[in-house]
Structure formats: C-alpha cells, structure tokens
Ligand binder design. Sequence first.
Ligand SMILES: [Zn+2]
Length: 262
Amino acid sequence: MPRSPRVLVLAPHPDDEVLAAGGAIQEHLRKKHAVKVVLVTLGDGQRRGVLLPRRHFLRLGERRYRESLAALELLGLRRDRIIALGYPDRGLAQLWRSDGSVCPSRFTKACAVPYEFARTPRAPYTKAALLSELQEIFSHERPDLIYLPHPRDRHPDHHALSLFAEAALHESALRPQRRYYLIHYAGWPRPAGHHPHRALTPPPSLSTQSWLSLELRPDQRARKCEAIACYRSQLKYFEENLFRFARPNEIFACAATLGVVL
Ligand SMILES: [Zn+2]
C-alpha cells in the first residue's frame, strides 16, 4: 500500500500555523495525510516590555506553546505531531545574518533553547544549530509537501525562516512541494479587519506568481475560528489582525510542481 502523503507546516511563531493553514491542516487530516507542525520560536518576545524580567518572557513562551497545542487539537492534530524548537522570537533574522556566533534572545536573555519540552533543550542559539535541526527534521519526516512563510513576508522572522528552510532543503536530497504563505505584507489583506465572507486574494504586487486558493467548507471555517480564539495572549493586542485570516479560503504561492497536487 502506498504510504500516506506527509505534510509539514513550518511556523515562525505560535499562531502562524493556524492563521495561514488552519483550513489546510483540517483538509489534510480529513484525507488521512500525516501532518506535523514545527513551531520554530515560541513567540517569547514582545515589542513592548523589553525591560521586563526574563521569567516574564519564558512564561509567555510556555503560554503560547500551550495555546498552539489547544488550537491544533481543535483541528484534530495530536500533541505528539507538534514539534517546538524554541529559537529566539524576533531573533531569526539576526541568526541568519550572523557569522556563526551565539545570538542571545533580547527578551529571555537565553543563549540556548531554554524549554525542556523543546525538541533539543539547550541547543545553542546559532545559525548552524537551527539549520541542522531543520535538516534533521526534513530527513526524518521526508515531507511530500511543506507549508512555509513566503520569502517576501515583511516580518523579519518570517522572511528569515523562509531562507533557513530553503537552505536546509537545499542540503538535503529532498524536493517536496512548497506552499508559501503570507501573514505580514503592507496593506494586505484588503479590506483590513474581520471579513468572514470575503475571499483572500494575493496582493497585486505578487499576483504574477502562481497562487493556489483552498476553499474551506463551512465546518472547517467554523473550526478555524474556534482555533484562532485559542490564542488569547495575542487576541488581547491583535484581535483584528488574527481574525483577518478567518476567511472562506486560504491562499498559497506555489513553485511549479510536477506530479500530483496534494
Ligand atoms: Zn509570525
């Protein structure tokens, strides 16, 4: 019997996986595909409050991890299908540009992964360590399809994760299909705010790329909304930003693919 297709969702922060692909995850699970989610940071930074004690940010990271577990469980994904890496929030771009030295978190002050539940506790905050974790995950999971941030996403962590993932894939012999998702892009999506009946369309400046639109069934839309509501720590500040992704569809830029579209 052929094995089930394997799907990997890479999220820079806990919530990106559901905002970008909460419907796609449900659809893959419905088709009995094997889905795993990788949370690369735990969102343990905050623009406001950099002067707060480190334990505040560690607690925030743990809280955001639990929020992702709850949201993904609602979508039908088991806890053992979620991999937390615990690299520094708002620090991935610095890691990518670094010369190999350790880049401590501005928030938790950690120089290495501080979470015992992470895939590799105490992995150093270096470019090589993150690249090698991603390579190991790709070699182990052998994904047929990867969801990852769009390289033109304006958030430095999203952009950097896109570069990390492509570099790690380049090193491996794997050539999975890629679906690139946008979360942060100037003036997008339009109209801003919560519009549950307006379909997402690509930003005009990126419309020459090939985009795939996944229509969500009413039950999948409702479940995605419930999952978004799990991210309470973020809803407090960014409710409108989160619910602008509660739409009738999800869109992904695709590289030209050969073979079956999963
Ligand atoms: Zn994010």
